[in-house]
Design a protein around this ligand. Structure first.
Ligand code: FAD
Length: 377
């Protein structure tokens, strides 16, 4: 008779975004993985701005979880509470966990990220915003970081005739940690497309309408410049999602909501609870980084399960970014290169296929055909 199969430990992964799907998949063969996620489908939000400009992309960026795990299961529900060893779902079920991976990421204003759990309802919200944007002649984007720049590029590619104003309190685009020549290049491409840049321009007060609402308004900057627009979008404001942490785990939650981790990406003070991706303090907030952290944590959990080998510590990434400006433009800063990424390199890396292939493969989904019912550019 063969030896009895040892019980597999239970790993509860909370959050099925970029970090969570990577961690869950990488542990599926050694543990009973339970992925807890309220959204009906994985949302590839890296391409969400393209889907706003061209909703035919929606089918390609909401990817069902059905084929992600061969052994484990996905529970379509929100975690209401997580403490060491125990996760409580919103409808009250408790799941005992040998290991927990916190991967609840961050919220960001629509349309960059979605706050709607059902896929049909999320698509309907994007289509409504697309219709409003289509009808607007003048668009105000508040926030000239990567999201504002990318959205300006998407709008200009879809509707070259619209007037787009990109406004920020900072005196340059993109944010402090990137190269000056990259910011110069992005400004050059944006102004070449006719995007009006209003930098170092705090507003006296926020626009009077809701973001995404089609309704003419005028706002005034502190220096007295008037900006008239028919619609606006908020392109700033990342907020980590960690309000469900309880007991000892709540102690690792910083005042700003990010979760403190050790060099092995364990939640501070914990051996068997890890935090990865946007919710953790470990590194910058990027999908690629979230995936890399998830792989490292999966390796560390495997080492703890088997009792073999040391834990691996996480090394943070050098500044790296790819900023598309429409499908064929943009620039970027890549490690190991003194040169900026050319528009062609940016188009290859992101702008053309928006990295969809990488995630359909990870989720085990055959890329769905474009939805011919959607309006096109
Ligand atoms: C417009 C845009 C473009 C971007 N482009 C790039 C890019 O080109 N390259 C790049 O590397 N990064 C890019 N990013 C950043 C990237 O999207 C984030 O870094 C990434 O989403 C982080 O992944 P995550 O898994 O940590 O979190 P998220 O993607 O935020 O996923 C978290 C998941 O947790 C779930 N969740 C939340 N609360 C609970 C709960 N209580 N219980 C259970 N589940 C919960 C959420 O529903 C969500 O599915 C972009 C971001 C935006 C907004």
């Amino acid at each position: 008779m063969s030896d009895p199969v040892p019980a597999r430990p239970t790993v509860v992964v909370i959050g099925g975004g970029y970090a969570g799907v990577n961690a869950a998949k990488a542990l599926d063969d050694v543990a009973d993985v339970v992925l807890v996620e309220p959204k009906e489908a994985f949302v590839h939000n890296v391409a969400s701005l393209r889907a706003l400009a061209d909703p035919s992309w929606l089918q390609r960026i909401y990817l069902p979880y059905d084929s992600l795990l061969a052994h484990g299961r996905v529970i379509n529900e929100r975690a209401a509470k997580a403490e060491a060893g125990l996760v409580t779902l919103a409808y009250g079920e408790e799941i005992a966990a040998d290991y927990i991976v916190l991967a609840t990421g961050s919220a960001y204003p629509f349309p960059a990220k979605s706050d709607v759990d059902g896929t049909d309802a999320a698509h309907a919200k994007v289509r409504a915003a697309h219709a409003a944007l289509s009808a607007a002649q003048r668009v105000l984007l508040v926030g000239a970081g990567p999201v504002g720049i990318e959205l300006a590029g998407e709008i200009k590619a879809a509707w070259p005739g619209k007037h787009v104003t990109l406004l920020d309190v900072a005196d340059d685009v993109l944010g402090a940690r990137f190269r000056q020549d990259l910011k110069d290049e992005l400004r050059r491409q944006l102004t070449g497309l006719g995007v009006e840049l209003l930098l170092a321009s705090p507003l006296r007060e926020a626009p009077p309408t809701e973001p995404g609402e089609l309704q003419a308004f005028t706002v005034v900057t502190e220096s007295g410049t008037e900006v008239a627009a028919d619609i606006w979008f908020r392109c700033y404001g990342i907020a980590p999602v960690s309000d469900y942490l309880a007991g000892d785990l709540a102690a690792a939650r910083q005042a700003d909501g990010f979760v403190e981790v050790t060099p092995f990406l364990q939640v501070t003070g914990q051996d068997r609870v890890f935090a990865v991706g946007d919710v953790s303090t470990a590194d910058h907030k990027m999908a690629g980084i979230a995936g890399r952290q998830a792989q490292l944590v999966a390796g560390n959990i495997r080492a703890l399960i088997s009792g073999d080998g040391d834990l691996t510590s996480y090394q943070s990434s050098p500044p790296v970014i790819i900023v598309p400006i429409g499908p064929d433009g943009g620039s970027g800063q890549l490690p190991g290169s003194d040169d900026l990424a050319t528009p062609e390199r940016v188009a290859q890396a992101k702008g053309r296929d928006m990295m969809v292939g990488r995630f359909t493969e990870l989720l085990g989904v055959t890329a769905p055909a474009e939805d011919a019912s959607d309006s096109r550019r």
